[in-house]
Design a protein around this ligand. Structure first.
Ligand code: SF4
Length: 318
């Protein structure tokens, strides 16, 4: 049987994509022109017409598929890499069972050489899952300690063992996993960013793409207060300012459709605001793509022409 392989990706900040699930569904206006759905639909149609295609295209995009056979792909790669997890779907889609996500986390816990990037439009479930992981690790640890049962080789147990060895009260997460959420306007930023900031994480980022409306990342309005996500502060009415987790990176880009055509318009002023705010807060910012005269231009507005990445991507020290 051939070894499972990682997929090459055109996303500039990733070395590979690790597509362990396929299929997804609409989670807001940011999904309106979903690239993954377009591609899947085309390949599904081609397969139905008799063309040779990988078997996952036999199902429509609306079917959530779990690719257990691809789980091992990151374990067999020794050379350090930055790997995007489920960038053509959503690991935290409600159709992905927690037991499968456990396996993904168990494998990431074993791959200290890699950096993993998880991006979701469902950060509420991500937060709940990670919190549950710590609760589960604690319970498993005390049960095993009481019965004097060592951890076995089952990969989920290895992960639980990893978590139980950490200072769970401080909620330290896996040091090689960065969590991100997508926002596309102010309402989605207000909805998604607080969940991200409350997710125990080694590093957090926001992908403001497709930018289809203005989003002020330092003015995230919630019932619980106003989050200044770039500064790592939250102001609660009558209680002043308190510290909260902040963002470690912001990626921004206009909507890109097939053939490098721009989709819904993005205003340059929205990017200018975020650039200024990130500069003040010393948060790395990466402008991924802009609509220039009716064509999408990628990464041409980055002073140095390179990627402004967070320290998390430094593959030197695991
Ligand atoms: S969450 Fe991502 S993969 Fe899923 S429908 Fe939306 S854009 Fe597509």
């Amino acid at each position: 049987m051939p070894k499972p392989k990682l997929t090459k990706t055109g996303i500039p900040y990733l070395d590979f994509a690790w597509n362990v699930t396929s299929g997804c569904s609409w989670a807001g206006a940011g999904c309106d022109n979903c690239y993954a759905k377009d591609l899947h639909d085309k390949r599904h149609k081609a397969l139905k017409a008799g063309k040779a295609m990988p078997s996952c295209y036999g199902e429509p995009f609306s079917t959530i598929q779990l690719h257990e056979d691809r789980l091992q792909a990151v374990l067999t790669r020794r050379k350090p890499a930055v790997i995007g997890v489920c960038f053509m779907s959503d690991l935290f889609h409600p159709g992905v069972p927690s037991r499968f996500i456990d396996q993904v986390f168990a494998i990431m816990a074993r791959c200290h050489q890699h950096r993993f990037v998880i991006l979701t439009k469902r950060p509420k479930r991500m937060k709940q899952y990670i919190e549950g992981l710590f609760a589960c690790a604690r319970a498993e640890h005390s049960a095993r300690a009481e019965r004097k049962v060592p951890y076995d080789d089952d990969c989920v147990n290895v992960m639980l063992s990893h978590y139980s060895n950490l200072d769970v009260d401080r909620k330290w997460p896996l040091s090689n996993v960065m969590f991100g959420t997508t926002v596309w306007d102010q309402a989605s930023a207000d909805e998604n960013i607080p969940h991200l900031l409350h997710t125990p994480a080694a590093a957090r980022f926001v992908s403001y793409e497709p930018a289809v409306g203005l989003a002020n990342l330092n003015q995230i309005d919630t019932e619980g207060g106003v989050y200044h996500a770039l500064n790592g502060r939250v102001s609660v009415e009558g209680r002043g300012m308190a510290e909260c987790a902040g963002l470690d990176w912001v990626v921004m880009g206009c909507e890109k459709l097939a053939g490098n055509n721009p989709g819904r318009p993005m205003e340059w002023d929205w990017a200018a605001d975020v650039i200024i705010q990130c500069g003040k807060a010393k948060v790395p910012f990466y402008l991924k793509q802009l609509d220039v005269n009716g064509r999408v231009a990628e990464n041409e507005f980055q002073g140095s022409g390179g990627l402004d990445c967070p320290d998390f991507f430094n593959l030197g020290g695991a």
